[in-house]
Design a protein around this ligand. Structure first.
Ligand code: FES
Ligand code: FES
Length: 177
């Protein structure tokens, strides 16, 4: 079957009942979605499927023929952040970062759906299925609210957020990184 992931088409070789999370991380090498609970309860694996947030740990790829999947890797670049990424950077909305990709993608979906002067309660509702084990909710909600309202400084989008060392990163299959 074929999937479009962050604008690039891929032939998926995993079995049809493999989860989208498995395909992204272990077959394609897209590692921003995280395996937190693998049971649909934490939101760390959230990606967009045709623009809607989905728990990739619960989504068999067989249900996604010709779907368009977007992950954090498809949003911005280290020196050209998307508005949501820039908001999270500006508001220091990550601690260990394990939950961050899920929150960013949920915020991205809300921004596409309801950009404007949303109430804080709407943002909290949209993020309510996400768990941050570092309990960084105040900063996360501030960042998400700013992103949805479009209150992100232009300088943040071009901030230098690229990792500086090491040059080579070795990813170990099955690791949570
Ligand atoms: S890993 Fe999918 S919801 Fe927790
Ligand atoms: S920043 Fe650590 S789990 Fe949320």
């Amino acid at each position: 079957m074929r999937l479009t992931i962050n604008g690039a088409e891929h032939d998926v070789l995993s079995p049809p009942l493999a989860t989208l999370l498995h395909v992204l991380r272990e077959e394609i090498g897209v590692t921003s979605p995280k395996a937190g609970c693998n049971q649909g309860g934490c939101g760390a694996c959230t990606v967009l499927v045709d623009g809607e947030p989905r728990r990739s740990c619960l989504t068999p790829v067989a249900a996604l023929e010709d779907a368009h999947v977007t992950t954090v890797e498809g949003l911005g670049e280290p020196d050209a952040l998307s508005e949501v990424q820039a908001a999270f950077h500006e508001h220091y909305a990550a601690q260990c970062g394990f939950c961050t990709a899920g929150f960013v993608m949920a915020t991205e979906a809300l921004t596409r759906r309801a950009r404007g002067d949303v109430e804080r309660a709407e943002v909290i509702e949209a993020l309510s299925g996400h768990v941050c084990r570092c309990t960084g909710y105040v900063k996360i909600v501030e960042a998400a609210t700013a992103a949805v309202r479009g209150e992100v400084s232009a300088d943040e989008a071009s901030a230098d957020t690229a990792p500086h060392a090491p040059d080579e990163v070795t990813l170990i299959p099955g690791s949570p990184a």
